[in-house]
Design a binder for this molecule. Structure first.
Ligand code: 7TS
Length: 408
């Protein structure tokens, strides 16, 4: 298959890819779990530690000012990247998980009462299930689940059926980590808003593969992780619409989130600092800024198109192997190919595939309710990045043939 995307040049930016694993050139198909990092990101992080490491917001001294400036530049860059209205709608968190927990805690505390309802889908990652269950335990609210069809799609009509007078929030993944389905988040947000219900979107698997635009989607909250989009581990973002963030109480107390403190009373800082208690991960934030700049440098739109071709090629080649069943065949998909091999447990298949130096993930992908819904124990999941190649897909095809031979 022909493509104009210069993948060899891109690969040279990722030194980790150039290594042998079990005597084979590494094929890294576990990008859904975490992506690798270009030199632009690791250089930015080491530059921070080597040249201007300092705590932010607290010092009048030079280094502190430089670090603070770099952090706030990144906040503006993130805001532009996702088309937020204001930089202060970008809250830095440890990742998607923490971002969702923040909303589940703060929103739950103020807005959930016994018998209230949270709507979510059957294909959520545990990170977008468990925090809501915990909020329900604290408040007496309950969860309502949007079903998934055998292709791995949700029907917006089902959302409408579930919305009722007690619905307080709708939450769903933009892209399923287990199946790759792109959910109709814009349409669902519009439906929820017609009933004045806020929407949280888990964008962990979307941000690396799609252009996400807060104005276009229209959602009230959007969570994502740096480490799945070429930025360091331990940094992530909660986008929140200003009016919603202003209505929520802080969820952690500490330095930086306050305006004044006495033993009698504390008043809180303005956005975004109200939600950023304690010393932030400045290096991670700077690395995230570098990752976004990197995506712009390589031509993110072209990279996205290339990933589409890659997924298409993998779907065709792997999907046509006899005895392989694709799991998740939604019309709109990105990033992920999940499959099963007849009579082979996903774990055994993954172990053999690893012997060929190919990193895939096997299991329930932190989406156990989805696996139960589909009545399968798990899947083998190849998840892609723009640094993967068609030849690597061919290597996976060969490895699958070997698995079949061994279990034949
Ligand atoms: N939401 C989705 C849709 C995810 O895919 C993940 C991580 C998370 C939330 C949690 O992100 P974190 O960065 O806070 O951990 N997904 C996966 C995965 O598919 N394999 O490993 C982690």
């Amino acid at each position: 298959m022909k493509t104009t995307f210069d993948v060899e040049r891109i690969r040279s930016h990722f030194p980790i890819l150039n290594q042998k694993v079990r005597d084979h050139q590494l094929v890294y198909f576990d990008n859904g779990a975490t992506s690798q990092h270009p030199l632009a990101v690791t250089d930015a992080v080491s530059d921070y530690y080597n040249r201007y490491n300092s705590n932010v917001h607290r010092g009048v001294h030079h280094l502190s000012q430089v670090a603070t400036q770099a952090m706030e530049d990144t906040r503006r860059r993130v805001a532009r990247f996702i088309n937020a209205t204001h930089p202060h709608e970008v809250i830095f968190t440890r990742g998607t998980t923490e971002a969702i927990n923040l909303v589940a805690f703060s929103f739950g505390q103020t807005f959930l009462k016994p018998g209230d309802e949270i709507i979510l889908t059957a294909l959520e990652h545990h990170s977008n299930i468990v925090p809501w269950q915990m909020a329900c335990q604290r408040t007496g609210a309950i969860l309502k689940v949007i079903p998934v069809n055998p292709a791995g799609e949700i029907d917006p009509g089902d959302v409408l059926k579930l919305i009722g007078p007690r619905t307080r929030l709708v939450t769903l993944a933009h892209v399923s980590n287990a199946l790759g389905t792109i959910n109709p988040v814009k349409e669902i947000t519009r439906m929820a808003h017609q009933h004045n219900i806020p929407v949280l979107v888990d964008g962990a698997q979307a941000v690396p593969h799609l252009r996400v635009d807060m104005q276009e989607i229209g959602c009230d909250f959007y969570a994502f992780s740096g480490h799945k989009m070429y930025a360091p581990m331990g940094i992530g973002v909660l986008y929140g619409r200003e009016e919603w963030l202003n209505r929520l109480e802080p969820w952690q107390g500490g330095g930086e989130m306050i305006e004044t403190v006495t033993f009698e009373k504390t008043t809180y800082n303005q956005l975004p600092y109200k939600f950023e208690a304690g010393t932030p991960d400045v290096a991670g934030i700077i690395g995230m800024g570098a990752a976004i700049a990197y995506l712009a440098d390589i031509g993110f739109d072209e990279a996205i198109r290339y990933e589409e071709q890659l997924l298409h090629y993998a779907t065709q080649t792997i999907g046509s192997i006899e005895g392989v069943t694709l799991v998740g065949t939604a019309r709109e998909k990105t990033g992920v190919l999940s499959f099963l091999i007849d009579n082979v447990h996903p774990y055994d298949a993954g172990t053999i595939i690893d012997h060929f130096g190919i990193a895939v993930r096997t299991g329930h992908h932190c989406a156990q309710p989805l696996m139960d819904h589909l009545k399968i124990p798990g899947t083998i999941r190849a998840s892609f990045s723009f640094y993967n190649t068609m030849e690597e897909v061919d290597r996976l095809v060969e490895a699958i043939m070997k698995v079949k031979e061994m279990f034949g």
